[in-house]
Design a protein around this ligand. Structure first.
Ligand code: ZN
Length: 323
């Protein structure tokens, strides 16, 4: 079986960082992330890269009226109310993308759709948290229905989903399948990346993830994936592509890039799949450095393609081709 290189991006603007950040502290990252999307698409085009853009449904609304039209029939009732975006829609969200580029992004979705090989997937409608206290499957189902309906209004058929904060249970995965979604991004199959609520991600877990991003303490993260006979297809994540923390090339960033390239090489030789993911807003600061790092990964992919026949695929195209 030939090897595959899969990229997925969690496209969420402010909807994904609410509760942790606010406009005052994070506006520049979000605006930088918007610029990053055009530049990333250009690199994807130049290197013939397919990718999946898992997009928060609310981003697709062209204005507040359209956003309100698609509000789910059942809203989440998180114990931590600040996780729910719905109170903000009436008080803090602007009318359209021109007035509020931190929450609306239909023009960016158009750019993604216009670039060949790009898949628009779901990142739920509201950046729904499947493992936080107070959530329930009824609210999740309503959220997914809204995600599908707002996408349909933009002529997008949702085939794949990425769960916000990588929180998922079998019940949530089955619910997506019932709603017609065919593929999901499962978590990296190691101890430190098991699905957990945010409060369970301790400093030790974060430390293991950070060290493993440079040195293989949790092994190599590539997979032999077979098509599932029934149900939804898991397209598991290998690794997050961590953003550069400074404008200059740091030793950490060099070690992280080398770790990714070594894993890609092993996957290419073994005929496995390697799945890299990140958020566009991770590129919002140190944009040039991050784009340089991405370019070096894409050049490495092209070497793997020439030497071992590795193929670039979106989650949907990979799921269709896997045997
Ligand atoms: Zn997210």
């Amino acid at each position: 079986m030939s090897s595959s290189f899969i990229i997925s991006l969690d496209f969420e603007l402010m909807w994904g960082v609410r509760g942790k950040r606010n406009i005052a502290s994070y506006a520049d990252n979000i605006l930088g992330g918007r610029t990053a999307i055009s530049r990333i698409l250009k690199l994807f085009h130049e290197h013939d890269i397919q990718a999946t853009w898992a997009t928060v449904g609310m981003i697709l609304a062209r204005n507040k009226e359209e956003l309100l039209e698609h509000i789910p029939a059942v809203l989440p009732e998180y114990a931590n109310q600040s996780l729910s975006p719905y109170q903000d829609i009436y008080s803090e969200i602007g009318n359209d993308e021109k007035e509020d580029p931190w929450h609306y992004g239909a023009s960016l979705v158009d750019q993604i759709k216009d670039t060949s090989g790009q898949e628009i997937a779901s990142h739920t409608f509201s950046h729904f948290y499947c493992q936080e206290e107070g959530q329930n499957i009824g609210a999740f189902k309503a959220d997914i229905q809204s995600s599908i309906s707002i996408a349909r209004a933009a002529n997008i058929d949702i085939e794949s989903i990425v769960f916000p904060r990588n929180q998922m249970t079998k019940e949530h995965i089955d619910c997506c399948f019932e709603q017609g979604i065919k593929n999901y991004r499962g978590n990296t199959e190691t101890y430190s990346y098991r699905p957990r609520k945010v409060s369970d991600i301790t400093p030790i877990i974060r430390g293991i993830r950070f060290i493993d991003s440079m040195i293989p303490i949790e092994g190599d993260h590539s997979y032999s994936v077979s098509k599932q006979h029934s149900g939804i297809q898991n397209v598991p994540a290998s690794r997050i592509f961590r953003p550069a923390q400074t404008g200059a090339k740091s030793i950490v960033s060099i070690l992280q890039l080398n770790r990714i390239k070594r894993e890609m090489t092993k996957a290419a030789i073994a005929g496995k799949m390697y799945h890299l993911w990140w958020h566009p807003h991770n590129f919002g600061r140190n944009l040039e450095e991050n784009l340089d790092n991405l370019k070096s990964i894409l050049l490495h992919y092209q070497i793997m393609q020439c030497q071992y026949g590795m193929k670039s695929q979106s989650m949907a195209s990979f799921a269709k081709s896997c045997i």
